[in-house]
Design a protein around this ligand. Structure first.
Ligand SMILES: NC(=O)c1ccc[n+]([C@@H]2O[C@H](COP(=O)([O-])OP(=O)(O)OC[C@H]3O[C@@H](n4cnc5c(N)ncnc54)[C@H](O)[C@@H]3O)[C@@H](O)[C@H]2O)c1
Length: 377
């Protein structure tokens, strides 16, 4: 049996949103073993998590300083190899920079930093190293998203001529109308979230999905952001016009005040001869539109799917896989890269995607601030 990759986790403690997704996803294919980490800002919580998860409490560290010191003191065959950063945003950059400098491979949550310059600094650091850096754009791990990417690349809908992506949630709505709740939500605090709430939290996913599925790059944006409440300094709603580098037009709408919406990430890409539509809440359906023909629905696990989509599902058709499975596919790609095996371009988003996301975020903020003018990425 192949040795498991020794894995560490920062953040992701009990009660966190994304921590259990990472833990289950990483263990899914048997590639990783969680050795320890810093699961919380409180060392008692980190220790409690280590007990719950049956880990060696010696490796449930009180701080990143302590983790680095103790892990580097271990022999290389015992040391953590891959570390995931799943803390609130303001900690990502410093953690990533230090861990890259110490030679660890990383999986980093989005937004990878709080400024584009920090993201570029991480990219520069990685340039001359052989370390893996993956960004947790979970949605790229879905089989039908990979199918969409392959079909567009294979010209199944002809040249792309219109892009429409929407990421609507409603969970901030009751909070934004009750300012006494704001201090409990780190995503609304610029010191913890960075310069954006809605774009940083979900807009960057939608942006990444556009570039991932179409293979095109966004050249410029024109945006209109709203914080809804006059005292709230961060955006909770965004409407963004996209101009791709080949001139194609698109629109990106992201909102956390779309009352009653859950996690409605929807992308539609229209080409000269057809269109493709995918909705995250029904991730095992990909709609294929063609003129004068009934809408076709493609599903995972079939021989008609592209190899990249087939490789992203573990079960026969009709056995639904979901969000955690999608994250698991990113971890499988990272495992292949860490082991020096062949990796394809779409297997996991890399540092360049993280940099693009931060450039997008800053351009969107600038456009809205400067009277909704076009801003280059
Ligand atoms: N990829 C996705 O689909 C997705 C989904 C949700 C969140 N996220 C991202 O994941 C990150 C975490 O989001 P969340 O919703 O899980 O947040 P959360 O508030 O639910 O959890 C954050 C965790 O980090 C821990 N933490 C805080 N400070 C720490 C420190 N100094 N050291 C170690 N741990 C610390 C907290 O104790 C908690 O366990 C954010 O960057 C967010 O944008 C990504």
């Amino acid at each position: 049996m192949r040795a498991r990759i020794r894995w560490g986790l920062l953040g992701g403690g009990p009660g966190s949103l994304i921590g259990s997704v990472h833990r289950i996803a990483a263990s899914m294919a048997g590639d990783y073993q969680l050795m320890g980490g810093v699961f919380s800002s409180g060392s008692a919580t980190t220790q409690r998590a280590a007990q719950q998860w049956d880990l060696n409490e010696d490796r449930a560290y009180p701080s990143l300083d302590e983790l680095i010191r103790a892990e580097l003191a271990r022999a290389t065959h015992e040391r953590m190899q891959v570390i995931t950063i799943a803390t609130p945003n303001h900690l990502h950059f410093d953690m990533a920079r230090r861990l890259i400098e110490c030679g660890f491979h990383l999986v980093c949550e989005k937004p990878i930093t709080t400024t584009a310059e920090q993201a570029r600094e991480l990219a520069r650091l990685l340039q001359s190293r052989r370390q893996v850096f993956a960004v947790a754009h979970t949605y790229t791990g879905y089989p039908m998203v990979r199918q969409m990417r392959e079909m567009i690349a294979q010209n199944a809908i002809g040249p792309v001529q219109k892009i429409d992506v929407q990421y609507y949630q409603g969970w901030i709505n009751p909070i934004i109308h009750d300012p006494s709740q704001w201090p409990k939500v780190w995503r609304l605090d610029p010191k913890l979230a960075g310069p954006s709430c809605c774009i940083g939290d979900i807009g960057v996913h939608a942006f990444n999905l556009v570039e991932y599925t179409t293979g095109l790059t966004v050249d410029r944006v024109l945006s209109d952001l709203d914080g809804l409440h006059p005292d709230n300094v961060l955006d909770v709603d965004a409407t963004v016009l996209l101009r791709m580098s080949n001139g194609v037009r698109g629109v990106l709408r992201a909102s956390q005040i779309a009352t009653g919406e859950e996690n409605r990430l929807h992308i539609a890409v229209y080409g000269r001869s057809g269109g493709l539509k995918w909705l995250q809440e029904e991730p095992n359906r990909l709609e294929w539109l063609r003129e004068d023909q009934p809408i076709a629905v493609l599903k995972p696990g079939h021989a008609y799917d592209a190899p990249a989509a087939q490789a992203a599902s573990k079960l026969p058709p009709g056995h639904p896989e979901g969000f955690i499975d999608a994250m698991g596919n990113l971890y499988r790609g990272v495992a292949r890269a860490v082991r020096g095996e062949a990796v394809a371009a779409g297997d996991y988003p890399g540092i360049e995607d993280g940099v693009r996301g931060m450039c997008f975020l800053e351009a969107v903020l600038q456009s809205s601030r400067e009277a909704n003018r076009w801003v280059l990425l």
